[in-house]
Design a protein around this ligand. Sequence first.
Ligand code: HPA
Ligand code: ZN
Length: 336
Amino acid sequence: TTHHPFLSAFPKCEHHIHLEGALTAPLLLALSAKNNIPLPSSSPDQPPTLDSLTALLSPPHSSLQAFLTLYEAHQTVLRTASDFDLLAWTYLRRAHADHVVHAELSLDAQAHTARGVALSAAIDGVSAARRRAEAELGVSSRLVLCFQRDRPVADALRTLREAAPHLASGAVAGVGLDSCEAGFPPGAFAGVFAEAARLGARTTAHAGEGAGWDYVRDAVERLGVARIDHGVRAAESAELVARLAAAGTLLTVCPLSNVSLGCVAAVRELPVRRFLDAGVRFSINSDDPAYFGGYLLDNYVAVQEAFGLSVGEWGVIGRASIEGSWVDGGRKREML
Ligand code: HPA
Ligand code: ZN
C-alpha cells in the first residue's frame, strides 16, 4: 500500500461493511475470554490461538454459505452493548487509518436478537462508537439494519417495527437485505421495504452477488431501492446497466469479497471498466474485512492493480461515493 500514495491519501466513503465481518481474530479471542463463550470453531483439547483463528478467517472460503456459517458461529461472542461498541470502534479506527471519512455500517439485527441479545443493546453500543469516531477522528457514520432474507418475512417486519424508535432518533439510518441470496428473491420483502420507507428509512439490498442480474432488477423494481449492495452481476444485462446508469443507482462493489467467495476468479474480471464506461455509479467496499483479506485501501489497491485507472476515473468513483452517501448536502460538500 505504500506503493500507492495517491490511493492511500484519497478520502474514502465505505457503504458496505458488515460489523460482524469485522470480528478479527484478536477481537474473537478477547470477547470469547471476556464473556466466557468458547469459540465454536475450536476443539475442547485445542483452544484456538491467534494463528489458528487467523487461518480459519482467511480467504478463500468455499462458498457464500460456508462463509456465512462461520460468520454466524463467531458472532456468538457478542453479548453486551460494550461488545458492539468495541467492535464498531475497532473497525472505525482501522478505517480511519485508510482515510475513510464516512462509513455506513451494516448489522444483522435478527442474528443477535434470535440468540437473546436485545436490539437496543446492539444499537446503543454501535451508537457510542459512532459518536466517538465523529468526535475523535472526524469520521461520520450511519447504521444500516440488514434483514436476513433466509429468515421469514414476518420476522423482518417484526424487527423493523422494533427498530422504529431507533429510526426516529437517527441511531439507525436505513435498512438492507443480506445473507444467502439464491432462492430468496428481493421482491418477497416488498411490504417490509414499503413500511421501512414510510418510517423514513433509507433502503438498500444485496443483489447480483450470489444470484443473477434478475435479482438486481427485482430489488430496484419491487423494493424501490436507490442502492444495490454488490450488484456486479447486473453487468449480464445491457438493458439493466443502462437503467441503473440513468437512475443513478449506487452499486456498492466489494472486489476482495467477490474473489474470496469465488464470484469471480480475479478482480480483473469484475465489470469495473464496463460500469465506468456506461456511467453506472459505484463505490468500492470491504464487505467483511476480517474474512476477505483486506480493509478498504486493500480493495482500492486491488482495483488499481487490475485496471490501472486514471486520476480522473478515481475522481468519478470518489464523487459517486460521496453523492451516494446517506448524509446531508452540508456533509457532502465537506467531503468533496
Ligand atoms: N453476502 C450476503 N450476506 C452477507 C455478506 C455477503 O457478502 N456478508 C455478510 N453477510
Ligand atoms: Zn455484504
